[in-house]
Each structure stands twice: as C-alpha cells, then as structure tokens.
Design a protein around this ligand. Structure first.
Ligand SMILES: Cc1ncc(COP(=O)(O)O)c(C=O)c1O
Length: 391
C-alpha cells in the first residue's frame, strides 16, 4: 500500500503488526515440525509449546481455561463450527435456533444450511440503532430452542449488544449462548469467568494478527460435534495439522493490544464523528448514537442525497480507503442488509459509508478525512440532480 494512503477499512482486515511477523518467522524457518509429534521428537515438542503458549495468552485475556480455546482458520470457520456443531449435538431432540438479522453471513448462511436439514431459525429484528430487542429474544425461546447466536459488535455499523443481559436470558431458559466477537475481541473486555457465554468466535486478522487464523472458545461441557473429520487435534474438535505460526501470530497480536490503543482509537473515533456530522451538511450517523455503545474504531455515516459509491470512489482517488454498505458487503448493488434490517430507506442505505480506525491511524489523518469528505460532498451535491430537486 502506498505510504500516503489513509487506510480506514480495518473492520475488513488490519495491517499485520511487524512484531507479529517477527514472532511468526521462526515457525516457518526453524521450528516447522508438527505439534502432534511432541512425543516423538524435540522439534515437535517445540511446536507444541509454542501452540500452547499462544493458547494460554488468548485464554488469559478471556479469563478462560486453556483447553477451552480451539484454534480454527478464522471467524467464518468458528461461526460454522459453533452453529452446526451445536445443532448436530441436539439433532432429534431440539431443532430451533435464534440469531439476529444483522449477523455476519457466516452465521446467517450457517442457519440457512441448517434450515435445509430441518432446523428452523428465528431472525430477531433490531431497532434503528441496531440493538436487538431483549423482550423479543425472551419470547422467541421455546422448549425446542437449543442455541441463541448474537454478535458482540456489528461489522458494519459497530453497534454493541448487551451480552450480559442476553447471556442471563439464555441461562435462565437453559439454552446455549454463542457470540461472534470477531470485531470486538481485545478492544472490549470479555470476561468469561463472569459472562454466561458458551461459545465465542474470535479472529486474528482484525487485531493486527495474520489472516487465516481464529479460535472458538468452547466452555467446558458444552455439547458440540466437530464438523471436519480426519484427526484428533484441538481437543478432537478441529482436525488438521495445526497452524503453529498462525497461532503464534494470533497470540502475539493479543499480547500487543492494550487499553492505551483503545483510548487512542476512541479519541480518533470521536473526532471523526464530530467532524463528519458537524462540519458537513446533511451527514447522519448510522448505528448507535452513543459512541460508547459502538465498536471503538467504527463510524458509519450516510451522506444524504449522494450515492455512497461515488463518495468511496472519490475518496480512493484521494488516497483514502473506506467502503460503502452496498457493493462491498454484498458484491452487488443491493443495499446493505444490515441497514435495511435497521429500517432505513434504500437511499440512506446506499449512501452509507463505513470508516474503521486502527492504532496505526493518526488524529491528523482524521482531520484530512473530514476536510476531503467536505470537499467531495460539496462537489458531488453541486452536480447531483437529487440535490437540485431538493429531494
Ligand atoms: C462479525 C464478523 N464475523 C466473522 C467474520 C469472519 O472472520 P474471518 O475473516 O476471520 O473468517 C468477520 C469478518 O469480516 C466479521 O466481521
């Protein structure tokens, strides 16, 4: 990437921290043995120790036990394993699951797959800020429900759900609770010694770790069946030769993430939100209006009377990388399903733009982004037929 580029698509993927790369390198060049050879030779033991060290780093951050962390290939696989693995455990006994209508596709598509096998899903609606209705959740759980899957932070609008309240409801109704924390892990506290969640999805590349590695937290005793076959690794839940270098990178990324980074990101988030909504006419914030109830790096806005696509293309020409809620999420010109579920018009959904900040951004970049957006909005509105008609 060119050094002058301001990258604000960190919810999609982040820059791998150079210290993460450094930590991983020996596991490509020197200690490349298979962890399951630990009892046969010392290189195998070295690989096992590195894998277990990474597992312990992640477990400690969650206040979980080491053996509750199952490494996977990322958030997508973890979500598939959580939903399908739990469903298979309950097959023939209970056949109903619940998720929100704004979950990542790896959750909703897993639900659709399960529906093709005879399960059925309730998709909970959300309000205009993206919050799940807890009364609807409680009313939707019946004697056939085995699992509730509700994400922590939304990938598009950043809205944070109240996991404590959701977990409490699930405990009282004796159903499993899965949360997809791919976007929130390390940015917000997840204390699994207190939070009543049974399954939690994590992904490394959202936190300056490598792509292609993630984990599923599986609380001890949770009924779940593996979805891949061909070995016994990862506590017999995820076969395949362990990705030791990837796990080491994930562990290092967790170790490097601090509350100081979150404070800095929050400060930039607030500056960007203020600048976009106060210094430019007709820009509205999508998602939670309370920034403390959003993912720390997320700002999603709609520029009224301008297509989001046009703003994104003009920003790219001016070295600022962001995405819009239409094409980039669905790879089509359909408006974002998240924005539609929040009850917005096609026009507002099409005008939505997501800016996601990381610790590698700077406050000066936020000022440049606001100024550039203001110039682009002025210029696009001056030629927009919608603007001239006062639509
Ligand atoms: C909320 C959420 N869940 C799951 C995923 C999938 O994660 P991965 O890319 O590690 O498969 C993403 C990635 O965009 C996400 O934002």
């Amino acid at each position: 990437m060119e050094s002058s580029m301001i990258y604000l698509d960190n919810a999609a993927s982040t820059r791998v921290d150079p210290r993460v790369v450094e930590a991983m390198l020996p596991y490509f060049h020197d200690y490349y043995a298979v962890a399951s050879s630990e009892f046969s030779h010392s290189p195998g033991l070295k690989a096992r120790e590195a894998l277990d060290h990474a597992r312990n780093t992640i477990a400690r951050r969650l206040k979980a036990r080491d053996e509750e962390i199952v490494f996977t290939s990322g958030g997508t696989e973890s979500n598939n394993l959580a939903l399908k693995g739990a469903a298979q455990s309950f097959q023939g006994k209970r056949n109903h699951l619940i998720c929100s209508s704004i979950e990542h596709n790896s959750v909703t598509h897993s639900c659709k797959w399960l529906e093709s096998l005879g399960f059925h899903t309730t998709y909970l609606s959300v309000d205009q800020e993206g919050f799940v209705d807890l009364n609807q959740l409680e009313d939707s759980i019946d004697e056939n429900t085995f699992l509730v899957s509700i994400q922590h932070g939304n990938q598009e609008v950043g809205t944070l759900q109240n996991l404590e309240a959701i977990g409490k409801i699930c405990r009282s109704k004796e159903v499993l609770f899965h949360t997809d924390a791919s976007q929130s892990f390390t940015f917000l506290e997840l204390d699994l010694s207190r939070l009543p969640a049974d399954l939690v999805t994590l992904s490394a590349h959202k936190i300056h770790g490598p792509r292609g590695v993630g984990a599923l937290y599986v609380r001890q005793g949770t009924p779940i069946k593996k979805q891949l076959h061909g070995g016994y690794s990862e506590f017999d839940l995820r076969p395949g030769t362990e990705n030791v270098a990837g796990a080491v990178g994930f562990g290092k990324a967790v170790e490097l993430s601090t509350s100081e980074h979150v404070k800095r990101i929050r400060m930039m988030q607030s500056r960007l939100a203020d600048g976009l909504t106060h210094d430019i006419d007709d820009v509205v914030l999508n998602g939670s209006q309370d920034l403390n109830k959003r993912l720390p790096g997320n700002i999603n806005v709609s520029f009224n009377r301008i297509e989001g696509e046009s703003v994104v293309l003009h920003l790219d020409m001016r070295q600022i990388a962001v995405i819009t809620g239409s094409a980039c999420f669905s790879r089509s010109l359909e408006p974002s399903y998240v924005m539609m579920a929040m009850g917005f018009s096609h026009e507002r959904a099409h005008g939505s733009i997501r800016f996601t900040i990381s610790r590698f951004n700077t406050p000066e970049e936020m000022n440049r982004v606001v100024e550039t957006c203001r110039e682009i909005a002025r210029s696009l509105r001056s030629i927009s037929p919608l603007h001239k008609q006062g639509v």
